[in-house]
Design a protein around this ligand. Structure first.
Ligand code: GLY
Length: 421
């Protein structure tokens, strides 16, 4: 099969890797230097019509769209208008991620468990309401902010600053919601709108600093699988995933692609923190290495409305992702730092997230630079191998959380000597 992957971060590197290891010919735009080892990189315009035309010209069998911005720009719609199968949500359905005020109202309409909230389109009303909330309170930008539009405000001054920041943008909306306690879990469902297959549950670590403090990032590390109790899984299936897919069909917005439910396992059961319309990043880098079946085939089946959930298979192993981020991230990241990557062993992958080539030298070019992934028979072993590999990279000023997995008590095992491949 010829597959076109759209995007150029760690998630897309993991998608390309999953397709390439099943022998597919993979094209990617805009890609990155890591992806270039496994796919033909195509430069060019990134608007929806140009990308759909590219898919036609290249005669691809299926397009897989990574980042949310491309979904919101209508890449899937543009492909479908040209009869090119595309795996992802339509522009209208991606509102589930792109408009958090709409998404929360949708959850309330269909009885999908989530935190109490209020939405605001003006700063003054939002400030007045925030001043009445108990702390901590959660302030969200209703629009897309690359995973960084959420503030958990522990003081009213922090809530005010977050709201001021949101309302500097024209047409902004803010959502203020109750803070939920519990373990956070990411559940991804591949879906054709009707049928779905869940990936193993995973857990991201979203703040920049250890101990879950500091500003939010796109995600600093992931463990997979998260040990989810059966009762919670049953509720997630029936009350969250199935109600969402049914609700989207009722709204006339059948949801296809990846439904990412960001969940909190509260004392009252699992509740939705947010929906995303795509693979998580770095969840994809943890989940996809465990996929033993063929992602490109599932994507094509789902795009045709023919997903076979039983065919979606994962190995029994565990995986861990440790992010190496540039100094300055999640603020202004330092770019241009030289990177030297060591050889990797079996079950180890260094996914490129924010890298570029300059005069033949690999350099950092974004906030999250590398997603260092390892799989192993146990989570502790996977963590041990991921940290050992990350320590062999260790570029100047790299930020790396050392506590990935600690929320569930997973401790990195010392890594065995690995065999370079
Ligand atoms: N890892 C969080 C996200 O993809 O939004």
């Amino acid at each position: 099969m010829r597959v076109l992957v759209i995007g150029g971060g760690g998630r897309e590197h993991a998608i390309v890797d999953a397709c390439a290891r099943h022998g597919h010919e993979v094209l990617c735009t805009p890609g990155n230097p890591g992806i270039a080892a496994q796919a033909r990189i195509i430069a060019g315009p990134q608007d929806a019509d140009s990308l759909a035309e590219l898919a036609v010209q290249e005669g691809v069998d299926v397009v897989i769209v990574g980042p949310e911005a491309y979904l919101a720009a209508g890449v899937v719609d543009a492909c479908r208008a040209r009869a090119v199968p595309a795996f992802g949500s339509t522009r209208a359905a991606s509102r589930l991620e792109g408009d958090k005020a709409w998404s929360k109202a949708f959850m309330n309409r269909y009885g999908i468990p989530t935190a109490q909230h209020r939405a605001f389109s003006g700063l003054q009303d939002a400030l007045t309401y925030a001043a009445t909330c108990s702390l901590p309170t959660v302030i969200k930008d209703a629009g897309l902010r690359a995973g960084k539009g959420v503030t958990i405000a522990h003081s009213y001054a922090e809530a005010e600053a977050a709201l001021q920041d949101i309302f500097t943008q024209p047409g902004a909306q803010a959502v203020i919601e109750d803070f939920m306690t519990g373990q956070e879990v990411s559940m991804l469902a591949l879906t054709d709108g009707q049928r779905y297959a869940l990936t193993p549950p995973s857990q991201d670590h979203k703040t920049i600093f250890e101990g879950d403090v500091g500003p939010m990032t796109g995600g600093m590390g992931v463990i997979c699988p998260f040990p989810l109790p059966d009762e919670a899984l049953a509720v997630i299936r029936s009350d969250i995933i199935e109600r969402t897919l049914a609700g989207m069909r009722s709204e006339g917005l059948p949801y296809t692609g990846v439904l990412y439910a960001g969940l909190m396992l509260t004392p009252a059961g699992p509740k939705v923190v947010e929906f995303n319309a795509r693979f998580g990043d770095p969840e994809a880098e943890a989940v996809l290495p465990l996929l033993t079946s063929d992602l490109a085939q599932h994507a094509l089946d789902a795009a045709r409305g023919e997903l076979n959930p039983a065919a979606v298979q994962f190995g029994a192993a565990a995986s861990a992702v440790v992010i190496l981020a540039a100094p300055g991230y999640p603020g202004e990241p330092q770019k241009g730092i030289p990177l030297t990557l060591p050889p990797t062993g079996v079950g180890e992958t260094i996914y490129h997230a924010g890298t570029a080539l300059q005069d033949g030298q690999l350099i950092s070019s974004g906030g999250r630079v590398l997603a260092v992934t390892a799989t192993a028979e146990t989570l502790s072993a996977a963590l041990g191998r991921a940290y050992a590999l990350a320590d062999r990279i260790g570029f100047e000023g790299a930020q790396c959380r050392r506590d990935i997995g600690s929320r569930i008590g997973a401790v990195p095992e010392s890594a065995p000597d690995s065999t370079p491949v």
